[in-house]
Unconditional design. Structure first.
Length: 190
């Protein structure tokens, strides 16, 4: 019997909570995936501003939810086996903390554990324009094996709605975890 794929999801205070919501909704429909989520204080504020969903409803989509300051949570330890982590959206503050090894909250600590255990770490940075510090931090993390998947829309699939654009981003994240899906309209050739 195979175990469920366990994915840690960090949601930070950058704009773009809609990407986290879509990803978690899709993951919640996959029986062999278990989700472990942490939402930062500013992400909670963005949820109020950007989504038609309350915090309780959002957290119900997750299999497990942890407080941002719970550094004793199981996802803060490398002995808790997970298949990887995604931070969506990833604020530049969180990117900097991870790049510098500054684990002052559970999202940064879980990312640090993911790196030290050489597990898959995906960042969905949501900032524009990027300054040199942002680029250097992202480059440093990329060199360490972190996959950076910014939410850049594709138009070859002729999106009609914002949800179409979001679904394409979710498809890319699911692909990175090796989870079969066809949520965002794939390139079929010219």
């Amino acid at each position: 019997m195979s175990r469920k794929k366990k994915i840690v999801i960090g949601i930070t205070g950058a704009s773009g909570t809609i990407y986290a919501i879509d990803l978690i909704k899709k993951l919640s429909t996959i029986p062999d995936v278990e989700t472990h989520g942490v939402i930062s204080n500013w992400a909670k504020e963005n949820l109020k501003l950007e989504a038609d969903m309350g915090l309780a409803e959002f957290e119900k989509l997750l299999d497990y939810s942890y407080p941002i300051n719970d550094l004793g949570a199981k996802i803060a330890s490398g002995s808790f086996l997970v298949d990887g982590m995604v931070i969506v959206p990833a604020s530049m503050k969180t990117v900097a903390a991870i790049a510098m090894g500054y684990s002052d909250n559970l999202i940064a600590r879980a990312a640090d554990v993911t790196l030290k255990e050489q597990r898959k770490l995906i960042l969905v940075p949501r900032e524009s324009p990027l300054n040199t510090i942002h680029l250097e931090n992202l480059t440093k993390l990329s060199r360490m094996g972190v996959q950076v998947i910014p939410p850049i829309p594709a138009f070859y699939n002729h999106p009609q709605t914002i949800q179409d654009l979001v679904a394409h981003q979710t498809m890319k994240i699911l692909d990175a975890f090796g989870i079969e899906n066809d949520t965002g309209g794939r390139w079929g050739g010219a």
